[in-house]
Design a protein around this ligand. Structure first.
Ligand SMILES: *[C@@H]1O[C@H](CO)[C@@H](O)[C@H](O)[C@H]1NC(C)=O
Ligand SMILES: *[C@@H]1O[C@H](CO)[C@@H](O)[C@H](O)[C@H]1NC(C)=O
Ligand SMILES: *[C@@H]1O[C@H](CO)[C@@H](O)[C@H](O)[C@H]1NC(C)=O
Ligand SMILES: *[C@@H]1O[C@H](CO)[C@@H](O)[C@H](O)[C@H]1NC(C)=O
Ligand SMILES: *[C@@H]1O[C@H](CO)[C@@H](O)[C@H](O)[C@H]1NC(C)=O
Length: 779
């Protein structure tokens, strides 16, 4: 997403069980002797700014005067830890640092931090507590403002609010009067943001309190592993999309139960939601809701699990699968006030409201609540039929002696300064650490001139999105795609996890495979990527920012992530962004033309939750001859330079270096610019693919970025010759055809699912289409 849209007015890897009441308040990990990250040497830097080598990344709030004793007002100290910059200014004013030049981790040791006034966050900040004993930020009884924490930098709100992170904290309003209108967290963020392992502790019966609100227009990917206790509304979420994973809502007293909505939202997938004692679990009646899938979830002592508005069109599609309620729940779904579903939807069946494209190939029908038989691949589910999910690792169970800082190994010096080639030293460190130590990469830009192999037994931790950046001739040949980060060799099985990294290219490098995964996790999540993102151009530290004026000559990378056939990996919260503008205040019209976002050829189990892929030339997501893929919410945008008026028509600018896995646009006339655009999602020759939420957005077309008021893109997705493909919840803006299909019968390249047959209410003034279920290749 980009600034232009604002101007347009658009607005430990254990398998996680749904938490139960008895364990939800005790989520802390047992540590050997305190959290290693609090104690380790901190020497992160900010390579792209003046005096960046003395930039302070790590800030312990106690070093800024916070007491954490539950009685002292710590507001000013916490704010100072967030805002402190360097001699050129503070982090919260002006733009000297850009949005990538001021990384900071504001760290809270265990304790209760009483605050009397609202805390304001800044871009590039991680607010992090000690996961072994989550600290509490508690609003004092005398608190005056209407919110406890504004999680978003007010200079970058909405669609450009990237790079914000909050984890391992408890936000507490139990001292605030019950009827005061109060929000614990304002979180109107966009991609590359993470909110994880946070508890919202509100007083029971507090009708005025809300856990999370999302002011403005955001484009986030995921909220994960959160607990909401008490209050009036758990969360009021409005944004283009969300994947909601493992959220637990618990209410306790009759007064709050008169009103409490656990979740009010717009669009997305809920996976592992648990409601206890709610009046309404999920409420979508306030409008704007395009689609919602609720899977692997449970409710007890809740009056209505999902309360949806009446609709006679595709709008407000709803899918429930593996939603377990007990006899204390009178209504599972109400639509327009009428109960349409009671009881559970057990594994093996799917309940659908919305437009369905059936397996039998019959004309699409508006289902008002049919249950169909469905299938989930064995490789993707646990013993009771839920898709596996894992909690992002913190390695809190490791002692400080079991963790190394890559910049603290005398025999293998590493700079992370965006200038030194760190490849050989990092390789030596990773080889020695494998199977023994957690490897911590202080913030910086680590240049890689050759492939860095991540061996089995690797647990790597970044900091405020540590950058790994490709450079040099090894990555220049588009006909010889070469991995920058290679996770294992084919046949390797074991552990390789990465958390809080950013993969990028320092130059125009058409041969770069930014991440290639060959290894298979020895259990789900053991090969895993958590809050790891890709960025191509649009920021300091890369020639793609300054030296890339036309998509014709800006083949900046081959593919972001390639999951090869032998791999089995878990991805949670990942945004592959080909820049459309400069995050650091330069040009507003970046035009890199990397070929692809995610290329998935994996066979043995792939889980992708909260995935964004934007502005790549050929495809955003390509599931090619793959098996056993779970995709929980994919958000994508087309490259802004494609479409009518463009002279670079797909597969250009890659015509002379295509791979067998690339689409060929044989369905388009040679000069049809509206047809020759990158595909958001291509699924070809694959089986056992289960997708819950696809949201694909096109806003402008051609070199002058002409605003679209009609269907500017011919085809959103291509589904070719698949079996056991289940796609639930599919939404587009400005696409004429949602799904182009081949291999159903003898037909090839048939426009099977059309905007015109699935028209929904406009979203922020744009033309939308919504489909509930595509089952035509599920046989
Ligand atoms: C499977 O996962 C679900 C949801 O996380 C959990 O409730 C259930 O207990 C798990 N089943 C097994 C057998 O682990
Ligand atoms: C049901 O929820 C209400 C309101 O939250 C609470 O007062 C009551 O104790 C709960 N009942 C059970 C059996 O949990
Ligand atoms: C920048 O681009 C110009 C023109 O395309 C080219 O001649 C020059 O070599 C490039 N410089 C670098 C440092 O890549
Ligand atoms: C998938 O896993 C099975 C059993 O663990 C193994 O035999 C097979 O080789 C794996 N397939 C691939 C493509 O790695
Ligand atoms: C794009 O160009 C084609 C061919 O000239 C035309 O049919 C189509 O209407 C144009 N689409 C838009 C959105 O202007």
């Amino acid at each position: 997403m980009r600034a232009l849209l604002l101007l347009l007015g658009l607005a430990a890897s254990a398998v996680q069980a749904i938490p139960h009441a008895e364990n939800v308040e005790k989520r802390d990990v047992e540590a050997i002797s305190g959290f290693w990250y609090e104690k380790i040497k901190h020497d992160g830097i900010s390579p792209t700014i003046t005096n960046g080598k003395s930039w302070l990344v790590f800030r312990n709030v106690k070093d800024y005067g916070a007491k954490g004793d539950g009685t002292t007002d710590d507001s000013a100290a916490i704010q100072k830890a967030i805002s402190t910059g360097d001699s050129s200014g503070t982090r919260d004013t002006g733009s000297v640092f850009g949005s990538t030049g001021q990384p900071a981790v504001v760290y809270f040791p265990a304790g209760t931090y009483l605050v009397n006034s609202a805390i304001k966050n800044v871009i590039g900040t991680v607010l992090m507590g000690d996961p072994t004993n989550r600290p509490t930020i508690k609003a004092a009884a005398s608190f005056t403002s209407s919110y406890l924490l504004n999680g978003v930098d007010s200079r970058y709100s909405g669609l450009v609010a990237f790079y914000h992170e909050i984890k391992n904290l408890i936000l507490d309003s139990t001292a605030v009067p019950l009827t005061k209108s109060f929000t614990l967290l304002q979180w109107g963020v966009s991609q590359a943001s993470q909110l994880s392992n946070v508890m919202f502790n509100m007083p029971v019966g507090a009708t005025g309190h809300t856990g999370i609100t999302t002011p403005g227009t955001g484009s986030p990917l995921i909220l994960n592993d959160l607990q909401f206790i008490g209050g009036g509304v758990g969360s009021t979420l409005s944004a283009t999309q969300y994947h909601l994973k493992n959220l637990y809502f618990k209410r306790a007293s009759p007064p709050s139960r008169q009103k409490n909505l656990c979740l009010r939202l717009v669009q997305g997938t809920g996976q592992g939601l648990r409601f206890e004692g709610c009046t309404v679990g999920i409420d979508t009646t306030s409008g704007g809701n395009g689609l919602f899938n609720l899977i692997d979830s449970a409710a007890t002592n809740t009056s209505i699990v999902v309360n949806a508005p009446a609709s006679k069109t595709a709008q407000s599609s709803l899918v429930l699968e593996n939603v377990i309620v007990d006899s204390s729940v009178p209504a599972t779904v109400k639509i327009g006030g009428t109960g349409v579903l009671t009881g559970s939807v057990t594994p093996g069946s799917t309940w659908i409201r919305g437009n369905v494209y059936s397996a039998d190939g019959s004309a699409p029908k508006l289902s008002t609540g049919a249950k169909i038989t469905t299938s989930r691949p064995q490789a993707l589910v646990n013993g009771t039929g839920s898709y596996y999910t894992v909690v992002p690792p913190t390695y809190a169970e490791y002692d400080i002696s079991q963790v190394i800082n890559v910049k603290d190994v005398a025999a293998h010096p590493v700079a992370g300064d965006g200038a030194t080639d760190d490849t050989a030293s990092l390789q030596a460190i990773l080889n020695a650490a494998a199977g023994n130590q957690v490897v911590y990469f202080p913030h910086g830009i680590y240049l890689l001139s050759d492939t860095l192999l991540i061996p089995p037994g690797s647990k790597l931790v970044g900091e405020a999105w540590t950058e790994l950046s490709a450079t040099g001739s090894k990555f220049k040949d588009p006909k010889k795609p070469t991995p920058m980060v290679k996770v294992g060799n084919p046949g390797d099985v074991g552990v390789a996890q990465m958390t809080d990294f950013l993969f990028t290219v320092a130059d125009v490098l058409p041969g770069t495979v930014m991440v290639e995964v060959n290894m298979a996790g020895d259990k789900p999540g053991n090969v895993g990527f958590f809050n790891c993102h890709f960025r191509i151009g649009g920021a300091r530290g890369s020639k793609v920012e300054t030296n890339c004026s036309s998509p014709k000559s800006c083949n900046a990378a081959r593919v972001c992530a390639h999951l090869t056939s032998s791999s089995s990996s878990y991805w949670e919260n990942s945004w592959a962004w080909g820049a459309d503008h400069d995050l650091d205040g330069g040009s507003n019209t970046a035009t890199p033309s990397a070929a692809g976002g995610f290329l998935v050829e994996a066979q043995n189990g792939t889980w992708m939750l909260g995935i964004g892929s934007e502005h790549q030339a050929l495809y955003q997501m390509n599931i090619y001859q793959a098996k056993n893929v779970f995709l929980g919410l994919q958000e994508s945008e087309t490259a802004y330079w494609q479409g009518n008026g463009s002279t670079v028509l797909a597969p250009a600018p890659w015509t002379n270096s295509l791979l067998p896995s690339d689409p060929d646009w044989s369905w388009c006339a040679a000069n049809d610019a509206q047809c020759r655009m990158g595909l958001y999602q291509r699924i070809s020759g694959s089986s056992n693919v289960n997708i819950y939420s696809s949201g694909f957005w096109n806003f402008v077309a051609g070199p002058s970025r002409t605003y679209c008021s009609t269907d500017c893109q011919e085809n959103a997705a291509l589904f070719e010759s698949n079996s056991k493909l289940y796609s639930y919840g599919f939404s587009t803006i400005n696409s004429k055809t949602l799904i182009l299909e081949s291999g159903v019968g003898a037909d090839k390249n048939v426009a099977a699912v059309l905007h015109s047959a699935n028209a929904a209410s406009p979203h922020n003034g744009f033309n939308t289409a919504v489909m509930a279920a595509y089952l035509r290749q599920s046989g």
